[in-house]
Write a protein that binds this ligand. Structure first.
Ligand code: NAP
Length: 298
């Protein structure tokens, strides 16, 4: 019998991943809080569930990609949540970035129903979700990781089992330190280039293939030069991740100087009402301090 899979959360990331699961030929049912986002899936042959609980009653594999820790708790443990009708032996794969500790608690609650969970947060931006090239860092039991592989391979390219429940989320926090500190570097570098009167496009071309190259520089650098602040990842969600990094650093007693700095710079942008812009709008915080604007038509 065909394995039935379900996807909860068709936002910027979930949308691309769900489309790639359909393209790979899986029997997919979707659910999204805002129903209209399911329309394009109905057109391409997916079923639509009435609630997370309804979806769980129909599926053996349940993938989730919603915003924050309370949202994952809501769709799994809340009213009409997955746990109300999950089948014994079913597997929940959570792609959201959330608290490692809460992940462990949810896995324990699902285990009481003889169901399994993997934390499988993702990296690679909206482009990676659309193109099926995400990096996926997975925590949980090794046999469930093997079971999840066909679905994860439809969504991503670099798929790594990093440890037990919660370990995937902790690796994602490591990833987020690298993302934001790199973003700060890209912002500071472009500000210097602008102040020095350089051709910014040529500057990017000159440095992106060398030791200074990064995903952020290649993908978000050109967007910054165009002053295109549409989000691949919003500042508000980025701040959610930095809060998780700072909480983990506090618990583990390690300094997180770069992360704290970027967290506070983003906070100034949120205070200016820019929380729904892309995380590359970090440069606006430096522009505000320096009085110099990067890129645009000038
Ligand atoms: P998004 O576009 O804002 O989508 C969020 C999704 O979660 C929407 O489908 C939303 O439903 C749903 N949702 C939020 N709260 C909910 C709740 N309480 N109950 C039910 N559904 C709820 O966000 P995204 O960029 O796709 O990010 C999703 C997750 O992936 C986050 O944990 C984020 O940190 C992570 N992530 C994002 C990126 C990126 O580049 N964007 C990269 C890596 C990881 P509605 O449609 O009803 O609002």
């Amino acid at each position: 019998m065909t394995t039935k899979i379900g996807f909860i959360g068709l936002g910027i990331m979930g949308r691309g991943m769900a489309h790639n699961l359909l393209k790979a030929g899986f029997d997919l049912t979707v659910w999204n809080r805002t129903l209209s986002k399911t329309d394009e899936f109905v057109e391409t042959g997916a079923g639509v569930a009435e609630s997370p609980s309804d979806l769980a009653s129909r599926c053996d594999i349940i993938l989730i990609c919603v915003s924050d820790t309370p949202d994952v708790q809501q769709v799994i443990l809340g009213e009409d949540g997955v746990i109300e009708s999950i089948k014994p032996g079913a597997l929940v794969i959570d792609h959201s970035t959330i608290s490692p500790q809460v992940t462990q608690q949810i896995a324990a609650r699902l285990a009481e129903k003889d169901a399994h969970m993997l934390d499988a947060p993702i990296s690679g931006g909206s482009e990676g979700a659309a193109n099926g090239t995400l990096s996926i860092m997975v925590g949980g039991e090794a046999d469930q990781f093997e079971r999840a592989m066909p679905y994860l391979q439809a969504e991503g390219k670099t798929i790594t089992h990093v440890g037990d429940h919660g370990a995937g989320q902790l690796v994602k926090l490591v990833n987020q330190i690298l993302v934001v500190v790199t973003q700060l570097g890209v912002s500071e570098a472009l500000l210097l280039a602008q102040a020095g009167g350089l051709d910014l496009g040529k500057t990017l071309d000159a440095v992106k293939g060398g030791a200074a190259g990064s995903w952020m520089l290649s993908n978000r650098g050109p967007q910054m030069l165009q002053r295109d602040w549409r989000p691949g990842f919003t500042i508000d969600l980025q701040q959610k991740d930095l809060r998780l990094v700072l909480e983990a650093a506090d618990e583990l007693g390690i300094p997180a100087l770069g992360t704290s700095l970027v967290f506070n710079l983003y906070r100034t942008l949120q205070a200016r009402g820019l929380g729904s812009e892309g995380n590359h709008a970090l440069v606006k915080a430096l522009e505000h301090i320096s009085g110099i604007e990067v890129g645009g038509d000038k």
